[in-house]
Design a protein around this ligand. Structure first.
Ligand code: GCO
Ligand code: MG
Length: 402
């Protein structure tokens, strides 16, 4: 039996911070898992280095389920993003190892292909309606079948979801940016610009929109109703999700499909949303929701209720995460869509991934395991720097959900 011999926590910042777990077994096989929790990276690095690595040494890397249960139940303290991201990193690395030992890509271990590719959505954004329209055109020219559209709300510099450089990255160095928020202005503007996108390009592609937890349930219900004409693929995170009942209220008022999950980390966090059919898409990710083992369980529960998948795939989820997500997406019967924002060139220097993009779809490589390699030399060129997501304040200065 091979044994886990080395567990390394790798922190690098090629354009943004990434934490990666590298597990090496006694037969020399190496597995990678993403452990990045945006803005709280070192908490996960410490959890893994100080509390998990000593438990893994000497264990059989083939026992993925047992290791998952051992780390989850054995910690006594349950759920939460730091714990679940740490468990996810171990789980993902062990699936990578299992694939390499078997000589099979991870999607084969999960049951094999259910589809030829994984439809993704890209992020179009603009500082005003005209620049948003230009950006949507760019995504359409690049072959995307699904596009998320976000525009800066007039009078509110730094609206979430609007790109500054080549790739959207909201985390700022040193201390968090503070950004102003005005619900009324947003509610007046969003239907206008989403309507303008449909007017310009018609309906032959999927249009998505992220509300980023900014509304109360009744405000979200009003927006969902106002957006019915533009036929969104989904309205994402319309209201904070701590109270799952909120979604019933939204549902009672609108047929706009709802997507939720990027800040959630366990099956219990979405249990009511799924079993009461309060959402249409579950957006949890491999990295923040306990790895391939746990997310597959969420997706199976969702399939019983005709809830489809729509995994989070922002730039703060590393190429290891994206590869793991695409392997899982390739197999599950209730796949919906995968978020894909691309990565900076620097990120590509550190992580060499076999995932390919063509005609609006991603596909995995047939390399054994996840098909991602980590370049230590490149990583060393990009040292960690503290970064924080922004904080939102209402016009009266009080804190709002970012
Ligand atoms: C999305 C997200 C992200 C998050 C980011 C936070 O839908 O892609 O809302 O852009 O803000 O992942 O770390
Ligand atoms: Mg989002």
């Amino acid at each position: 039996m091979s044994k886990i011999e080395k567990v390394e926590v790798l922190v690098t910042s090629p354009g943004r911070n990434f934490v990666t777990l590298r597990v090496t077994a006694s037969d020399g096989v190496v597995g990678l898992g993403d452990a990045t929790l945006n803005g709280r990276e070192l908490a996960v690095a410490s959890y893994l280095r100080d509390h998990v690595a000593p438990l893994l040494l000497g264990r059989d890397p083939a026992r993925i389920e047992d290791t998952w249960q051992y780390l989850y139940r054995g910690a006594y303290w349950r759920r939460g993003p730091v714990t679940m991201t740490s468990i996810a990193a171990v789980d993902t690395a062990l699936w990578d190892i299992k694939g390499k030992v078997a000589g099979l890509p991870v999607h084969q271990l999960l049951g094999g292909r259910s589809r030829e590719g994984v439809m993704v959505y890209g992020h179009a954004s603009g500082h005003d309606v005209a620049s948003l329209i230009d950006d949507v055109a760019r995504y359409r020219d690049a072959g995307y079948q699904a596009i998320r559209a976000q525009a800066a709300v007039p009078g509110l510099p730094g609206s979430y979801g609007v790109r500054k450089g080549a790739v959207y990255e909201p985390a700022a160095t040193s201390l968090p940016d503070e950004q102003l928020w005005d619900t009324g202005a947003y509610l007046r503007f969003a239907p206008q610009y989403l309507g303008a996108v449909r007017e310009e390009f018609g309906f032959d592609f999927h249009l998505l929109h992220d509300v980023h937890h900014r509304l109360t349930p009744i405000e979200a219900a009003r927006l969902g109703r106002a957006l019915e004409e533009v036929q969104l693929f989904w309205m994402e995170d319309p209201t904070p999700v701590e109270n799952q009942d909120s979604f019933r209220l939204i549902r009672q008022h609108t047929t706009t499909p709802l997507a939720v999950g990027e800040v959630l980390s366990s099956i219990w966090d979405v249990q009511q949303l799924i079993t009461e059919q309060l959402i249409d898409y579950v957006r949890m990710s491999v990295v923040h929701a306990g790895g391939i083992t746990h997310l597959r369980r969420v997706f199976d529960l969702a399939s019983l209720y005709q809830v489809r998948t729509g995994s989070h795939g922002a730039t703060d989820l590393s190429p290891v995460s994206l590869a793991a997500a695409v392997h899982l997406d390739t197999t599950v019967p209730n796949f919906g869509i995968q978020e894909y924002m691309g990565f900076t060139d620097e990120t590509g220097e550190v992580f060499r991934s076999g995932v390919t993009f063509s005609k609006g779809m991603l596909d995995v490589s047939d390399a054994p395991g996840l098909g991602v390699e980590y370049d230590d030399e490149a990583a060393a060129r990009f040292p960690y720097e503290a970064r924080y997501l922004p904080v939102a304040r209402r016009l009266d200065g009080s804190v709002h959900d970012w």
